[in-house]
Design a protein around this ligand. Structure first.
Ligand code: NAP
Length: 267
């Protein structure tokens, strides 16, 4: 099997550093370069935590990186604005993006889909790479056919930039696809403290908790007459996301379409 040539953007981040470990530990993956907004002209091995990873240059200019380095796939684990710019630039150079960065808007997703359709190039945007989280979303969608009262509580570490999480939004979208439309709660409900009932999505409520000590956790709570059902997933460390990154990189090489959500590529 030919190796898959990979560029990672955000290598010093919590997710990016796990992705560097993943890519350098898989025989048919090859780390060609990393994109950082610091450390221009240095090698990855110059940075703490990466001394044993040789021959991987750091670029601050992604376009220059794409001009210099032959690559098949970009793995982006940065911030929403940077991630969108990287995904578009990668596609312009026929490099397939696998994006874990969250916080993309529907307009961003539409724009990327259009570019992929036009270029007939694969791209995977996955708000959650944890296989268990994908199953949580699928199980929630199954349950939503029978329970149309649902609240989502997502809980993350306090350095997360976007709220609600990409996973919570994706879960709400998947539920909406099957749930009988309903505005939940009492019609005369009034928030005594603004925000007490969370964000509203198609009549559902989404609550975001941010605390040090947490990684990525979500509960989807369903209620009906005399019963509740809770579906919960916990990621305790970022290694939990890496099997999904591996599947996404392998799959994006075989598909020439835009995919939003890991659930669409799992058997
Ligand atoms: P993080 O630790 O803050 O890492 C982000 C990294 O991106 C930092 O090292 C940051 O560098 C770097 N960065 C910022 N601007 C950049 C640029 N222009 N070029 C290259 N690198 C740049 O965050 P994280 O926890 O790893 O999360 C990264 C993203 O993945 C977030 O959007 C998060 O929500 C998402 N996420 C996704 C999943 C999933 O399963 N899909 C799971 C967890 C997290 P500085 O620190 O120097 O600014």
């Amino acid at each position: 099997m030919n190796s898959i040539k990979i560029i990672i953007a955000g290598p010093r981040g919590r997710m990016g550093s796990e992705a560097v470990k993943l890519v350098t530990n898989i025989n048919h993956f090859e780390l060609m370069a990393v994109v950082d907004h610091k450390h221009e002209g240095m090698m990855l091995s110059d940075l703490d935590g990466f001394h044993s990873i040789h021959n991987v240059p750091i670029y601050t200019d992604f376009e220059k990186c794409l001009q210099d380095v032959e690559a098949d796939v970009l793995i982006d684990l940065t911030t929403p604005e940077v991630g969108m710019h990287h995904a578009k630039t990668a596609l312009a150079y026929n490099v397939r993006p696998v994006v874990g960065t969250t916080g993309f808007t529907m307009a961003d997703l539409e724009e990327l889909k259009e570019i992929c359709d036009e270029k007939e190039l694969g791209c995977i945007i996955a708000p959650n790479f944890a296989i268990g989280a994908v199953l949580m979303m699928k199980f929630s969608q199954m349950a939503a056919k029978y329970f149309n009262d649902v609240e989502i509580i997502e809980m993350h570490h306090d350095q997360k930039l976007d709220a609600p999480s990409g996973t919570a939004v994706k879960t709400a979208e998947m539920i909406t696809a099957v749930r009988e439309s309903k505005i939940q709660g009492h019609p005369n409900e009034k928030e005594v403290l603004q925000g007490a009932r969370g964000a509203k999505y198609e009549g559902m409520h989404i609550h975001s908790v941010r605390l040090p000590g947490l990684v990525a956790h979500q509960q989807v709570l369903f209620g009906a007459d005399g019963q509740t059902l809770t579906i919960r997933h916990d990621s305790f460390h970022r290694g939990s996301f890496m099997s999904g990154v591996k599947v996404a990189v392998e799959t994006v090489m075989k598909q020439n379409i835009f995919v939003y959500g890991l659930e669409n590529i799992l058997e």
